[in-house]
Design a binder for this molecule. Structure first.
Ligand code: PMP
Length: 407
């Protein structure tokens, strides 16, 4: 039987080994941001110790070395998500910036009065507001795919919402509130039968499921480094070359130009056309180390272990009787949103924190979804591969305490 090397993994994450409120830290806020292994931390400090300089421009040794590492990581990301070309990999600040880029540039080129953009009611604000604001500017409309009570997308409603006005579909691969893994392949192939491009928000799926651009065949895909064990401030936009070639640049400045004269500018080739200014080089070094870490562990191994954590926590919470789990889709990533009886999620979060356990409470940047469920907020426990069943037992103890205090 395969043994998951949990103790060795936990040793790689220095932050986990501390006391919080006189209890050993239990970190269950991984959907907001994951912790970083020592390999990632060392990659960042190593960059500043030996390689720091601006890239692409210098003829000197350091600039060559840093540029090679930076561009090597672009190729590594290309292989990690199985994209056809490294020209399709754009370094951004994160998922939010990636979506803003597409909404702005695709919107300018392809969206006009009367058009529709189709998203779902379970989207993070990052995959709502850029479309909403772009549509206001272009006099277009955002339409929302509804969900079923269990948190699965209503695919019949989706098909009915697609029409000749639909110019783009943007949906999340996995929900940050419900954990639902959406049938994105089905959505993409249906959209493509009408020649409609699809953007997939991979912020909540990349570290749990990985991703394969060739298999998915989506037109745009985005994710953030900090939710996959890499630093903050670095992320990826994947776009099919035909779209990235066609849409205008997002930001103007150095790096994204070929020539500049007083009245005219010619833009650089892909991928640099979308990378104006000095990039986050340290972030790219950290992302490189994070991808290596995930590959060493293996995405299948990660998925199997995290599913065990999810099943264990779901069974324990269900057995408590008066816990309402929000999001019971058949396919889920390893997170659980719940309402602890009639205790307000915020009050529960404060008590749980007193026991050294970090969970998230609130609307999780998905207010339309929370309104759809007619609930005030949820408590969300989100698990990573460094979490353990024993930690879940501690969460259950904390919830019992919450109920005793507010009961
Ligand atoms: N989409 C989803 C589904 C998310 O969960 C998040 C972050 N919570 C984002 C987008 C935005 O990611 P970032 O803040 O890293 O840009």
């Amino acid at each position: 039987m395969e043994i998951f090397p949990i103790q060795k993994i936990r040793e790689d994450f220095p932050i986990l080994h501390q006391m919080v409120n006189n209890h050993p830290l239990v970190y269950f806020d991984n959907a907001a941001s994951t912790q970083k292994p020592i390999q990632v931390i060392k990659a960042i400090s190593g960059y500043y110790e030996t390689d720091n300089c601006n890239i692409h421009r210098g003829v000197h040794f350091l600039s060559h070395r840093a540029t090679e590492s930076f561009e090597g990581t672009r190729k590594m990301v290309q292989r990690f998500i199985n994209a056809a070309s490294s020209n399709e990999i754009i370094f951004t600040k994160g998922a939010t910036e990636s979506i803003n880029l597409v909404a702005s540039s695709f919107g300018k080129k392809y969206i006009s009065s009367g058009d529709e953009v189709l998203i779902s009611i379970m989207e993070h604000h990052s995959n709502i507001v850029p479309w909403q604001q772009m549509c206001i500017e272009q006099n277009a409309k955002v339409k929302f795919i509804p969900i079923h009570e269990n948190g699965e997308l209503d695919m019949d409603a989706f098909r009915k919402l697609v029409n000749e006005k639909t110019k783009l579909i943007a949906v999340t691969h996995a929900s940050n509130v419900l954990g639902t893994v959406n049938p994105v392949k089905e959505i993409i192939s249906y959209a493509h039968s009408f020649n409609i491009p699809v953007l997939i928000d991979g912020a909540q799926s990349i570290s749990h499921l990985g991703s394969d651009m060739h298999d998915l065949d989506c037109d745009f895909y985005c994710f953030s480094g900090h939710k996959m064990y890499a630093p903050m401030g670095i992320g990826i936009l994947y776009g099919k070359e035909k779209y990235l070639e066609a849409i205008p640049p997002y930001q103007m400045g150095g790096e994204m130009i070929k020539t500049v004269h007083k009245d005219t500018t010619t833009f650089n080739d892909l991928p640099f056309k979308f990378e104006a200014g000095t990039p986050n080089v340290e972030g790219v070094y950290g992302l490189h180390a994070a991808i290596l870490y995930l590959q060493d562990l293996g995405m299948d191994t990660i998925r199997k272990y995290e599913t065990k954590l999810l099943d264990y926590a779901t069974n324990k919470l269900t057995a408590m009787g008066d816990i309402r789990i929000i999001g019971t889709a058949k396919e889920k990533t390893s997170l659980i949103s719940f309402l602890p009886g009639n205790v307000h999620p915020y009050d529960a979060g404060v008590i749980i924190d007193k026991m050294g356990i970090a969970v998230r409470t609130g609307h999780h940047c998905a207010m339309p979804l929370i309104e759809w469920y007619k609930i005030p907020a949820t408590v969300r426990a989100s698990f990573a591969f460094y979490n353990t069943m024993e930690e879940i037992d501690l969460l259950i103890e904390a919830i019992i305490k919450v109920k005793n205090i507010f009961g």
